[in-house]
Design a binder for this molecule. Structure first.
Ligand SMILES: *[C@@H]1O[C@H](CO)[C@@H](O)[C@H](O)[C@H]1NC(C)=O
Length: 384
């Protein structure tokens, strides 16, 4: 038998359990919290330090301006801003750094529409490439991260962006539609002995891209256009690398290069000045390419090299093939008197049968090196 008061205790326990509800009822209706999903976009968000990258990625959609202030990106992670709201302004302030790890990267990824990306006054990115450089680039030694995937940017701009010492390729522009890059510096000068495959800009499947007033010091292609339409590189300086390149074209998903203009650029202390590489045996199109107002100096191997037998190395693919015609090529006002080393070649044209046509060359002066004796299928009006 339970004593009579055990019933009272049980009833009291039940009422104690229910008491919060009873108290709320007594105080009136609870205040409804603001719905999280409807929070207004914050005007400006600042992220810094070693949590900065993760916090910025997590909050990217809710900030109109993202200030990355001296962010130290942890090793093996991407500073990932690939889900930005339209119109976001991304500002790198202070020095942005990345931890060391052998991995493929990218260290930085930004995608979006109407995006503005820039370094604040005095701000720059230090990718610390020397930690990875071993003279083997992308084909051996340490696995090196690529630096920046500037992918799927639409109507966007990159201004005053300064990056020091990328481990491997610097900027990959892919799927861009309307991207203007102004006053960008890629400074890999410190990699002249051990840096390799440090391409400046690799451009594929993009349209309406302009690179202007930029400086690229590196050890591979300064700019390489693999595919795309309406690409312009102007008023820029390339130093230390492999010059202004189309290609290699062929063997990729997109093998069409149409309307690319290199104008008012300097290529110095480089292996090549101007280079167009079509891979042997593949199909594709290279049309409407213009090089105009190009100043060459200290070119070690080729002043101008146009080849349809590219096979990973220059002129080593055997007989030039015809599957990737090079048409409507304009080369004018190339100033390269004495620019090529005496062991190099001034101009090389290796075209397949009927595969090069509609070329217009004028004011092309490239001297200092040897005359290449074996040009093939050279279009009329071009001396080689
Ligand atoms: C170009 O960008 C650098 C930073 O990379 C900056 O210091 C300089 O002021 C910029 N120049 C102009 C003309 O805006």
């Amino acid at each position: 038998m339970l004593p009579w008061y055990s019933l009272l205790l049980a009833a009291f326990a039940a009422s104690a359990q229910a008491s919060p509800v009873a108290a709320a009822d007594a105080a009136g209706p609870a205040i409804t919290p603001p719905p999280v999903a409807n929070l207004a976009k914050r005007a400006s968000c600042t992220f810094s330090g070693s949590n900065g990258a993760a916090s910025a990625s997590a909050s990217q959609k809710s900030c109109a301006t993202i200030v990355l202030s001296s962010v130290a990106v942890p090793s093996g992670t991407t500073l990932d801003l690939s889900d930005l709201a339209d119109g976001t302004h991304v500002i790198f302030e202070g020095v942005t750094t990345f931890g060391y790890k052998e991995w493929a990267g990218p260290l930085l990824q930004i995608e979006g529409t109407d995006i503005t990306i820039e370094c604040a006054n005095g701000g720059y990115i230090d990718a610390k490439g020397a930690l990875w450089w071993d003279g083997e680039g992308g084909s051996g030694g340490k696995t090196k991260p690529k630096f920046f995937y500037a992918h799927d940017l639409t109507n966007s701009v990159i201004n005053n962006f300064y990056v020091l010492n990328t481990p491997l390729q610097a900027v990959s522009i892919n799927g861009a539609s309307g991207l203007t890059i102004t006053n960008m510096t890629i400074n890999n000068q410190a990699g002249d002995s051990l840096g390799k495959n440090t391409d400046g800009f690799d451009i594929g499947s993009s349209s309406n891209v302009i690179i202007t007033n930029s400086n690229i010091y590196n050890q591979d292609d300064c700019v390489a256009v693999n595919s795309g339409t309406s690409i312009t590189v102007e008023n820029s300086v390339c130093s230390g690398g492999h010059g202004l390149s189309i290609g290699s074209v062929g063997g990729r998903d997109d093998n069409t290069v149409d309307t690319v203009t290199f104008t008012n650029n300097v290529v110095k202390n480089s292996v090549n000045g101007i280079r167009i590489k079509a891979t042997e045996g593949d199909t594709g199109t290279i049309k409407g390419v213009t090089y105009s107002g190009i100043t060459l100096s200290a070119i070690s191997k080729y002043g101008i090299l146009i080849e349809q037998n590219y096979d990973g190395g220059d002129l080593d693919g055997g007989t030039p093939s015809s599957g990737i015609p090079i048409t409507d090529l304009t080369i004018k006002n190339v100033a390269g008197s004495g620019a090529v080393a005496s062991s190099g070649y001034n101009i090389v044209v290796a075209c397949g049968s009927g595969a090069c046509s509609g070329w217009t060359w004028s004011g092309v002066t490239v001297t200092g090196g040897k005359t290449y004796g074996s040009c093939t299928n050279v279009p009329s009006g071009v001396s080689c």
